[in-house]
Design a protein around this ligand. Structure first.
Ligand code: KG4
Ligand code: ZN
Length: 342
């Protein structure tokens, strides 16, 4: 059982990728969260790091001010500043981290450095119903696809990982082939609702492999070959292609996560990260969990994708355990979850 501390007011900041976000968590409750997404990357078909960090610089102050105003929070109310320091785009991380350091220093309050992927795990604590430890986490985003056994805060056993693309990356690359803009995950999700998921049988790579690892580049390549061989499909059967691709990805993600939970004899399962906002992924998890007597948890879609509320939550949990960071804390582009020291 993880208890949420009620005696702190945390200001949190997230700038690891293309969302500038700030939140205030006070008395164990989320008081505000403001998320500004950098939609201008669409025209480049992916994130341009230099433009991302410049946009964070422009928006960080107004976003923090808005979060504090919405929460009716004065600077003197703040007991700690939590911030993502890894992993992510270096220039983007530095904007949030340096801002957070300045804020913490000027208020003379602790700084709590947070690992972005670890924060995705604890995004489930932002909802009413919480999983009990140990639980199995599917962390599925633009950069990561991991199955992890969570034994406690800071105690993770990585059971499976992607051998090539992350699931979100596959959604985004297939979206690019279909001319859907960036990020394509939400668009494919929407289109798939009106398509036939059995229109094309794309492969389910590694579904029956005994490991809990994933591989998504094969599905992506199959879509590419299908579109090459059926040049009109992207216009005539767009919803069917979207539904067939999504069905293949969901089959693998759900199948392997449930098998891990079953093998480890763990009843509680969570799905977090941007791709966990996917409506078919959620409904399949919910349906199969009920059938197979697991309990399934996922945060609301707003907290699946990048946000500072999850940073505040993990910051509060870490602070309550006396874990805070020196003002010399460094931004780091890559820190595997398995390397987090508890
Ligand atoms: O967690 P996130 O916001 O950022 C990272 O840390 O990567 O995840 C972003 C990813 C993108 O690849 C996006 O296409 C995908 O999550 N995504 C979705 C959906 N919403 C966002 N993928 C499938 N279905 C969705 N509804
Ligand atoms: Zn993320």
């Amino acid at each position: 059982m993880i208890a949420i501390p009620t005696d702190q007011t945390i200001l949190s900041i997230e700038t690891s990728c293309d969302e500038t976000s700030a939140a205030v968590l006070s008395g164990g409750e989320l008081r505000s969260v403001v998320i500004s997404s950098q939609h201008f990357h669409d025209e480049f078909g992916g994130i341009v790091p230099e433009l991302a960090s410049r946009a964070h610089m422009r928006s960080i102050l107004p976003i923090v001010e808005e979060a504090m105003t919405k929460a009716a929070c004065k600077p003197t109310d703040i007991s700690a500043v939590a911030v993502t320091h890894a992993p992510g785009l270096m220039g983007s991380l530095l904007v949030g981290l340096n801002f957070a350091k300045g804020f913490a220093l000027s208020l003379n309050v602790p700084l709590v450095g947070v690992h972005h992927i670890e924060a995705h795990i604890f995004s489930v604590m932002l909802e009413q119903e919480h999983p009990k430890l140990p639980f199995i986490a599917l962390i599925v985003s633009g950069g990561h696809t991991l199955v992890v056994q969570v034994n406690d805060i800071g105690k993770y056993e990585v059971l499976g990982n992607t051998l090539d693309d992350a699931a979100g990356e596959a959604f985004d690359k297939v979206g690019k082939m279909l001319g859907l803009g960036y990020p394509a995950g939400p668009v494919i999700d929407k289109l798939a609702k009106n398509g036939n998921p059995d229109f094309v049988q794309f492969p389910r790579p590694m579904l029956h492999d005994p490991s809990y690892d994933f591989s998504f580049s094969g599905i992506k390549t199959s879509v590419l070959y299908y579109l090459r061989d059926h040049p009109d499909a992207a216009s005539d059967n767009l919803t069917d292609i979207a539904a067939s691709f999504q069905r293949a990805v969901v089959d693998v993600l759900v199948g392997k996560t449930l098998r891990a939970a079953s093998d480890m004899e763990i009843s509680d399962i969570i799905a977090v990260g941007g791709v966990s906002a996917n409506s078919e992924l959620r409904s399949r998890f919910a349906e199969l969990s009920t059938q197979k007597h697991f309990r399934f948890f996922s945060p609301r879609p707003l907290f699946s994708t990048d946000n500072a509320a999850m940073i505040a939550m993990l910051g509060a949990l870490k602070l309550a355990r006396g874990s805070f960071s020196p003002l010399t804390l460094r931004a780091e582009a890559r820190v595997p979850l398995a390397d987090i020291l508890s």
